[in-house]
Design a protein around this ligand. Structure first.
Ligand code: P6P
Length: 291
């Protein structure tokens, strides 16, 4: 089906709004899939991580509905090797089910998305909007767009605004560091050792929930470079960029250890990156240690 191409900025704005509403409207089906598809899929994603059947089902649901939106040209996902294309102008990149390893213990999980003006792999400076959903005790959605961060409660896929100006608290109180102390590099371990005595540990194994803790209480989240894995674990395009755009829009900072995560494009679609996100002074302390 040929679709009318967006030809103006306001039409791009409309497309961004439609992507956000389509993702929200898909969440009841994803929440259902989480319950129905708890098993393994006996496959791995392009990054080499085990894929659950729920990962694949969530990816299928979003791909179908996002590509149906007039003005969307491509759909890229952590769960699929190639970028799917159609007529359109904007580009959507998603982690359809972030933290699916938490499915077994029924802990926090979510969906992460970014809407770009350029086809991935591309720099985060080409983001027009990004956001995440948490399938928690309630289904909530955080969206960054035009320098503003808003939080919604989702009921039957409809958005209800609960905070129209999400900003990081001045005084940080929580930290969450992935990878495990035995796998950290010495330079990260030294700054982590300082921070652990100053802040409260909040690490749940799903980036969406851990970043939401930082947005709520102030602090720092990191999945740093590791001794055996200098590129870290998390994906630059699907996790790093969208979350960096949100945290920076909320008054915080992001870093890959040297500069804002948004300033660089991943070498490849599924490239990983070390990432540090949170209150600016904490990110500066980490950067001055990990170079
Ligand atoms: P680990 C989930 O699998 C994820 O991609 C992120 O959401 C999360 O921050 C990280 O990996 C957790 O990794 O090594 O603690 O299981």
């Amino acid at each position: 089906m040929s679709k009318s191409l967006n030809t103006s900025a306001s039409e791009s704005e409309q497309t961004v709004a439609q992507v956000i509403d389509t993702i929200a409207a898909t969440t009841p089906d994803v929440r259902h899939a989480i319950a129905e598809y708890r098993g393994q899929s006996n496959s791995v994603n392009p990054s080499g991580d085990d894929q659950l059947a729920a990962d694949l089902r969530a990816d299928e649901l979003f791909e179908q509905r996002v590509l149906d939106i007039d003005g969307v040209a491509t759909y890229a996902s952590e769960e699929r090797a190639e970028v799917e294309t159609t007529d359109g102008r904007l580009h959507v990149a998603m982690d359809p089910l972030d933290g699916s390893s938490n499915l077994e213990p029924n802990s926090g999980m979510g969906t992460i998305f970014g809407v770009y003006s350029e086809r991935p792999p591309t720099a985060g400076t080409n983001l027009l909007a990004s956001g995440f959903v948490i399938y928690g005790p309630i289904t909530s959605m955080v969206v960054a767009r035009g320098g503003q961060v808003r939080e919604y409660i989702l009921e039957d896929g409809d958005k209800r605004l609960v905070d129209d100006d999400v900003t990081l608290p001045e005084e940080p109180t929580v930290f969450g560091f992935g990878g495990g102390v035995d796998s950290w590099t010495e330079d990260f371990e030294s700054v982590a050792e300082e921070i652990r005595y100053e802040l409260k540990l909040r690490y749940g194994g799903a980036m969406v929930a851990d970043i939401n803790q930082v947005l709520t209480y102030g602090g720092v989240f990191s999945y740093p470079k590791l001794q055996s894995r200098p590129e870290g674990k998390l994906r630059h395009q699907f996790e790093g960029h969208p979350m960096a755009y949100i945290v920076e829009s909320a008054g915080g900072r992001s870093s890959d250890g040297e500069r804002s995560l948004l300033e660089t494009a991943p070498d490849e679609l599924h490239s990983r990156t070390p990432l540090y996100l949170g209150n600016a002074d904490l990110i500066e302390r980490v950067e001055s240690n990990v170079n």
